[in-house]
Ligand binder design. Structure first.
Ligand SMILES: C=C(O[C@@H]1C=C(C(=O)O)C=C[C@H]1O)C(=O)O
Length: 436
């Protein structure tokens, strides 16, 4: 006689998955981005060769809506509560880590995620490490097992295929329409409805061959060494803007706002940098962004340090006014909690935040998805690094397609044609990396 079928309504005991992570020190395996294997979704957070890369998936948390940060953080803590960790290195970013990327808007249809890769390789301060993480059901047996032995460094991978031929098409809004909506936003600012709004546009890239994200990352890192080269769930880019980084009780944020295009002529670019540093329009736009970050950080800090005037950050395509804000945290607060508090800063939304967000909703004509949202990673202590997802593109379900994004801060006196040209300059990193 066969066994009775299980009662479909009987409660099934389903213990939370248990993370089991092991970190070991390894010899220099060569460039981190060269380690990403073909055929696996790549995770990356790398600047000047340091940072972390990962592949494979041990665990994934998916959230949406206004509670997307809190829910992700709760999920991460739940995963860690039962984790079995052996970490022989003990640096920031060793032990289990989650890469994350969060939607810009509460109402976005894009899901936000925290993903724990099965393999992570990291490099910082002259040391390299390898973390392998698995998930099992919790229970007495798995609790006793640490994966191992962890073998040596993974090998460097051969270069992927060369980029295909890429054609670009308008995204949600054509260039002339975007210019006119910028004009309408300038009028609203000049009427006093708000001080600043950041408006973005998208471009659709179609490649003759499937896009190789690993190749994009390598080309972005080579051309933009001052940026953080990221890849999380198909969102790929090289951001110059650090929303928040924590290390024990120290917190830092790099605020950018105020932009000028480079010409390629060094002497002329130096003169442009000097004019940017004196431009009252750009200094005003920058001040809004710095203030929004300082106001969001202050409740968490025993003290903050805000330089009196910005410096000029030189990238290959543009130069930005930049301010590095630092602080000492009062309490044990995670980098993700701080990213939530800081998002959206006036660098990507505007001032006042609610009015700017409403105007973006009203006129931009697209869902930003995870563009301009926090992207980065956090570890089991809550320390991590969260950039703002800029100079990036979202690889589609069809790997021949990438949706690129760029935006500009609009204040009183902004010129729509100049803003369109600035947005074009901000597309350059991804356009070049795609081979277009
Ligand atoms: C919105 C973007 O960039 C932001 C807007 C800037 C500006 O308007 O000057 C500068 C840097 C970023 O904070 C983007 O790159 O898409």
């Amino acid at each position: 006689m066969s066994a009775p079928a299980p009662d479909p309504v009987a409660p099934v005991a389903r213990p939370a998955p248990r993370l089991v992570a092991r970190t070991v020190e390894i010899d220099d395996p060569g460039p981190l981005l060269g380690l990403l294997p073909p055929g696996a979704e790549p995770f990356s957070w790398v600047r000047r060769g340091e940072g972390i890369v990962g592949w494979g998936e041990a665990a994934r948390l998916r959230t949406t809506g206004p509670g997307r940060f809190r829910e992700a953080e709760r999920g991460w803590r739940r995963l860690l509560a039962g984790a079995v960790v052996r970490d022989d290195v003990g640096l920031r970013g060793t032990g289990p880590v989650a890469f994350g990327s969060f939607a810009f808007a509460d109402a976005s249809s894009a899901a936000s995620s925290l993903v724990v890769p099965a393999t992570v390789v990291g490099h910082r301060e002259g040391r390299w490490w390898l973390t392998r993480t698995t998930t099992g059901e919790s229970g007495p047996s798995i609790g006793a097992t640490i994966p191992g032995p962890v073998s040596g460094a993974p090998p460097q991978q051969p270069d992927g295929p060369p980029p295909g031929t890429v054609v670009f098409a308008d995204g949600a809004v054509s260039s002339p329409d975007w210019e006119s909506l910028v004009g309408r936003a300038v009028a609203r600012v000049e009427r006093g409805e708000l001080d600043k709004v950041v408006l973005a546009r998208d471009l659709l890239a179609r490649s003759s061959t499937p896009v190789d994200v690993r190749g994009l990352l390598r080309r972005l890192a080579a051309a933009y060494p001052a940026t953080w080269t990221f890849s999380v769930d198909g969102l790929v880019g090289a951001t110059p803007e650090m929303l928040v980084r924590t290390q024990v009780r120290l917190v830092a944020s790099r605020v950018l706002a105020g932009t000028i295009r480079r010409t390629g002529d060094d002497a002329h670019d130096l003169a442009l940098a000097a004019s940017l540093a004196r431009s009252s329009k750009d200094l005003g736009e920058h001040e809004y962004a710095v203030r929004s970050v300082v106001e969001a950080l202050t409740p968490f800090c025993a003290g903050t340090n805000v330089p009196e005037s910005p410096f000029v950050l030189h990238l290959a395509n543009v130069m930005h006014l930049a301010t590095d804000v630092t602080g000492v945290l009062r309490d044990d607060v995670s980098s993700l909690r701080l990213a939530e508090a800081l998002h959206p800063s006036a660098a990507v939304c505007g001032t006042p935040t609610a009015a700017a967000a409403a105007l973006i909703d009203e006129v931009e004509g697209m869902d930003r998805g995870r563009y301009a949202g926090p992207v980065g990673w956090l570890d089991s202590d809550g320390d991590g690094e969260w950039g703002i997802a800029l100079r990036c593109g979202q690889v589609g379900d069809d790997p021949h397609e990438v949706r690129l994004f760029a935006g500009c801060g609009i204040v009183a006196g902004s010129d729509p044609a100049a803003e369109l040209a600035e947005s074009a300059a901000k597309f350059v990193p991804m356009r070049d990396a795609l081979g277009g």
